[in-house]
Design a protein around this ligand. Structure first.
Ligand code: NDP
Length: 781
């Protein structure tokens, strides 16, 4: 070929990475591995092959852990945790720093092993995965250093079970292990069956840097092993990344166990392109968004939503670009697309693509042929797709892009939100106004403006809706591995018996339910008697049912404008509530005395302080600008969750009601509250305060009745976004099990809490009332 012809075609020659050091490393281990437990490798028993998907050749034999090995790993982690957690943050920082260093020194070996085992291009493992892994350990060495200063009121959760998928094996390991260790936890991690090798290489590094035995334990095997870790009573928290289906199972299995849980699940992320966007940048963005790692990315921009006027032009440009993508040996440094991880995944992609064609969408693939040997699938573009089509709704997890068009920004946003997922979104426009407006309106944990697939250890990543809950990275991610230190409650004088005898009620007052700003009768027209302190009946409340809850949830959704009211306006309403409660303080104190037999004055006073606190926090519990290595800005925005169900305890019936409702509404949520079943009358009195305090209709809805019956309805309701439950252990389990359907965030308690204490107020409540959205905005030329 002449030089002129080379300039014309820009043809690359092969540039293969030398895999010999990686094979030598595998040989040195006899191409067979056991588990890493208590600082040592075990021989392992039953083994299965880990295969190079690009060639079909076995790489190594991986051990399948039995119950005894999982037990041994958890026990080792348990033994190690007190010592590791008690180390000064600086000592843990040195260990994490050593791991970062060691990873850096062996990064090429790890990148090649990852490419061999997973099939992804060396360009990605070498230039994306490994640098991100290393950065994660450095960044979290920093958090370990600052732990005592930054989190004085928090402690490690304990032993953490971590289960990671095969698409970013070492990176997902880093996302999980680095923050857990930094905060003083010990871990038992299970890598995915298809891709365990780099986790085992990492275990070797842990031993080499002298990490104390038992701090990191790695057990390999199939989903059974994951399930054993999840169910193990010695594990305090599960952190899982993988499919929504398995996430749901894990939610059910851990329900009621008291285990903390974070789930990073699937997505069907929108890639929204407006007509003023720079189309050449968009094309490169799409390449990164859907063909990075062959589309096997949880946040892949798999739905291309294009404004109608430019749809044709963009499709043409994309096709031209797809013709020039290079697919082949993943070890070739000039290759864009490598192999699909396993036959089962290839079959799934193929099946879904065929279904797309059968449902009437138009398929386009480039003219070049895929390699014959190995597991390859060509980049694929679907047009003429209906928003309800299977390929527009289901996560394909392959190099398949589904394009649809829209006319107005409102239509584009509606289309973007037309999914049960909410992991990420990418918005392309030259208008700052439009870009930021979309970013706020799209329901997703991360929004990239004029960019895609940017991640960093300093910025949290995680989903809304069925993409899971919890964050990885950033300060917000650390709270997944921390729990508040509960101090013994400050001694308060024992409440005195009410001095004044409860006055006889003059006129029978009938508390109703409070839904959509109106007092309404319960659907089934049954009432529950309320016993007073003496045991005599002091009133009756409506017995709410499924229909009442449904109406309340509907009313709460109709109050969605509360979420976009200014924080100042929300604070004003909370102050006003305090003002109106203060005006009736004596009456509320008497009512408390009637119900509980204790003087209620102090409780009403505490309610006023609490309302003031959340009024103060309304405009102060806010986000951050993350220090990520990006030219531009990454905003961590604190957003309300949506509709929050709150099931109140019996203790301190007015104060616990106010202490839960106030943070939720301060942060912009609308709530459906089930007040104390035993002492509901303070809550039904309180709706009169709500009525006079400018609380918009539907922001607070009160449904009285049987606690666990109503909690079960709220837990199963798909339009309730989060549920706080204060009741029994059995009730908590039931709530967690039922919430697996739509994977709503639950916050359950069955232990006694001192509602007068400072611990019953503050950031713990505010965190539960919010979710963090990260908005990435690169800028400059
Ligand atoms: P899974 O959710 O099955 O696997 C993720 C991890 O969980 C693996 O380590 C797996 O082990 C383990 N696991 C499997 N079953 C259980 C269980 N019952 N309890 C505990 N752990 C378990 O995903 P798949 O690998 O099967 O992929 C299927 C689909 O999931 C993909 O097509 C894609 O749509 C989605 N997915 C999404 C990911 C994301 O990042 N959001 C990542 C991976 C997949 P093992 O590997 O041995 O099965």
């Amino acid at each position: 070929m002449s030089i002129a012809e080379i300039f014309e075609t820009l043809e690359y020659g092969p540039a293969p990475e030398d895999a010999a050091p990686a094979h030598a490393w595998l040989e040195a281990h006899g191409r067979a591995f056991g588990h890493f437990i208590d600082g040592r490798f075990t021989p392992g028993r039953d083994h299965f092959d880990s295969v190079d998907p690009a060639t079909g050749r076995p790489l190594a034999r991986i051990a399948q852990a039995g119950a005894d090995e999982v037990d041994a790993a958890v026990e080792a982690a348990r033994r190690a945790q007190p010592g590791w957690g008690a180390l000064p943050g600086h000592a843990r920082a040195r260990h994490l720093y050593a791991l970062a260093r060691r990873l850096q020194k062996h990064s090429r070996l790890l990148a090649v092993l990852e490419t061999l085992d997973n099939g992804k291009a060396i360009r990605e493992t070498r230039d994306q995965d490994l640098p991100a892994v290393i950065r994660h350990f450095y960044h979290h060495a920093g958090w370990a250093q600052l732990a005592e200063r930054e989190f004085p009121e928090q402690q490690a959760v304990g032993v953490v079970g971590q289960i990671v998928p095969w698409n970013f094996p070492l990176l997902m390991l880093a996302w999980k292990i680095a923050p857990a260790l930094a905060m003083g936890n010990t871990v038992v991690l299970k890598p995915a069956e298809f891709t365990s090798i780099t986790a085992l290489a990492f275990a070797e590094l842990c031993a080499a840097v002298g990490l104390p035995a038992g701090v990191v334990n790695i057990v390999t095997g199939d989903g059974e092993v994951g399930a054993r870790i999840v169910a193990h009573p010695g594990v305090d928290k599960i952190a899982f990344t993988g499919s929504t289906e398995v996430g749901r199972q894990i939610r059910r299995v851990t329900a009621g166990s008291g285990k903390r849980l974070s789930l990073e699940l699937g997505g069907k992320s929108p890639f929204l392109v407006f007509e003023d966007a720079d189309l050449d940048s968009v094309v490169e963005g799409v390449v990164d968004g859907i063909w990075f790692n062959q589309g096997q990315v949880c946040c892949a921009g798999s739905r291309l939503l294009v404004q109608e006027a430019i749809a044709g032009r963009l499709t043409e440009k994309l096709r031209a670009r797809m013709e020039r993508l290079r697919m082949g040996d993943p070890l070739d440094k000039a290759v864009d697309l490598g192999a699909i991880v396993a036959p089962v995944q290839l079959e799934r992609i193929d099946r879904l693509v065929k279904q797309g064609v059968a449902e009437g969408a138009s398929l386009w693939q480039p003219s070049w042929a895929c390699p014959k040997e190995g597991l390859f699938y060509p980049p694929t573009l679907f047009t003429d797709v209906s928003p309800a089509a299977t390929i527009a709704q289901v996560e394909i997890f392959g190099p398949v892009l589904v394009a649809m068009s829209f006319r107005t920004p409102a239509e584009g946003i509606a289309l973007a939100n037309n999914t049960r997922y909410g992991l990420a979104a990418s918005v392309w426009t030259e208008s700052v106004n439009l870009g930021l407006d979309c970013a706020r309106k799209i329901k997703a944990g991360t929004v990239w403006i004029n960019c895609t697939n940017l991640f960093d250890a300093a910025s949290g990543f995680g989903g809304y809706r069925e993409s899971g809950f919890g964050r990885e990275g950033g300060r917000e991610g650390l709270y997944e591995y921390l729990r508040p230190i509960r101090r013994p409650a400050a001694r308060r004088p024992a409440p005195t018996a009410s001095a004044a005898a409860p006055p006889p009620p003059a006129i029978d007052r009938t508390p109703k339910l409070f839904i959509g700003g109106r007092q309404v009768r319960p659907d089934q027209a049954y009432s529950l008697a309320v016993a007073g302190a003496s045991g005599a009946t002091i009133g009756e409340v409506g017995e709410g049912n499924r229909k009442d809850v449904r109406n309340a949830v509907e009313a709460a959704h109709a109050a969605s404008s509360w979420a976009v009211a200014t924080a100042h306006a929300r604070a004003q309403v909370l102050y006003y509530l305090a003002e109106n409660l203060a005006a009736r303080a004596a009456e509320f104190a008497t009512r408390l005395a009637q119900q509980t037999g204790e003087d209620g004055t102090e409780q009403v006073e505490a309610c006023l302080r609490r309302l003031f606190s959340y009024a103060a926090w309304a405009d102060k519990y806010d986000g951050a600008v993350h220090g990520v290595p990006l030219r531009g800005t990454t905003l961590a925005v604190v957003e309300p969750i949506g509709v929050v169900g709150i099931v109140c305890p019996d203790a301190a019936p007015l104060l616990s009601f106010v202490s839960t409702v106030a943070p939720a509404i301060a942060m912009g949520n609308a709530v459906v509250v089930v007040p104390s079943q035993r002492h509901p009358l303070s809550a039904t009195d309180f709706y009169q305060v709500l009525e006079t305090s400018d609380v918009p209709a539907g922001v607070v809805n009160v449904v009285t009745g049987r606690r666990d019956v109503l909690a079960a309805v709220l837990a199963a309701h798909d339009d309730v976004d989060a549920l706080w439950y204060f009741g029994t252990a059995a009730g908590a389990r039931d709530v967690e099990e039922r919430s697996a359907g739509n994977l709503k965030r639950t916050w359950t308690h069955w232990d006694e809490r001192d509602w007068f204490d400072g611990d019953a107020e503050g950031p713990e409540f505010l965190r539960e009332a919010t979710q963090v959205k990260n908005i990435w905005i690169p800028s400059g030329e």
